[in-house]
Write a protein that binds this ligand. Sequence first.
Ligand code: PLP
Length: 429
Amino acid sequence: MSGREGEKAGDRDGYKKGEREMRLVNNFFGEFGGRYVAEILNPPLEELKREFLKAMEDDEFKSEFESVSAEYTGRPTPLLFAENTTRMLGGGRIFIKLEGLANTGAHKINNVLGQLLLAKRMGKRRIIAETGAGQHGLATAALSAKFGFKCRVYMGKVDIERQRPNVFWMELYGAEVVPVEGVSGTLKDAVNEALRDWASSFEDTHYLLGSALGPSPYPDMVREFQSVIGKETKKQMEERGEKIEALVACVGGGSNSIGFFYPWLSYPWPSSKTPRLIGVEAGGSGDNIGEHAARMSGSGRPGIVHGYKSLFLLDDDGQVTPTHSVSAGLDYPGIGPQLAQLGKDGRIEFTKASDEEALTAVKTFAKNEGIVFALESAHAGAAALKLAPQLPKDRAIVINMSGRGDKDLFILAERMDRDNWHKFLRSIV
Ligand SMILES: *Cc1c(COP(=O)(O)O)cnc(C)c1O
């Protein structure tokens, strides 16, 4: 990967500090972003950018995105007033955007749908994707089945062992799940392997990247496709006449948060009328290297990994360090470039929640509201539980529940009801 190509590919006038207007494709967000890839990947990235910009002007694309979203994904997803939790805390009114009720269980499907429709327009027949915990792979496999694409998902060998249920679902949808050994056998090795595949297959293959990161145009494209979450939320809150004080979302690579925050990014700021935007990272089990994935709220350093410049958890040699979170979707060592810049500007506030706080949040919302948060989303829930008591009663806080917790059964039961769970597991083998 060459830095010089990255500098060349990006025009640095895309997003400047203090400038609230966003363009559709920025390449750079302040100092972060770019396209730091092997030269051979420039043509498919340019093709993708062209097709994306064309699609954004095309009513037919928009209407297909909307109709599949309605009849397949189940959009709009509901917005729930968390009445009992609000009463329990006695502060601001808590709302939950139930993005986890989308088909396949999380927000990932929005981006997958957008990119698959682009792949169709570009005449591609094969889809490749990387996956960590398997949620992005699952959404990609499901929609590839629906649209008739051949689908291959790269997944770290270690992740395959840890996430057997999602591997089972992906294969049921007809996808080929390919184990990647690499250095750690996890997500970062899977991304590298997918990029390698794409370098020799882009004639007929689209690389469906799963978060708002990677080389340009992915960060912009993924944000646009995920912005459906924020747009719906804004409308749903306006219809109820609610005054939003803060929006809270968990941050792995950053796709659910940037899509959720999107409509408010163009608001004047700072201003008392503009909601606070709060990103919550994985505080994990401690502050030492390998115990968390806190980049903005912890110790992220500038670096270039996976084709873009951003903040990463790096050691003194510039190598990516191990991370940990109880939630498999928040342990990526980097963060999308636009979020990194917005965090540096102070527009987005970053905080973290620990493994224990996330587990407590899962229990609290399950008992109070009859809703099971995904462990990732429960980090946002935990931050909201802390913030709500400090707010006046006429102000609202909205949590993005990026996923539902069904997928976490094995982790939750292990943590919350170990003996009975083990007894059950022994009884079925
Ligand atoms: C993948 C995932 C995340 C983290 O990814 P982002 O790109 O930061 O949104 C969060 N929540 C759920 C449920 C996920 O599946």
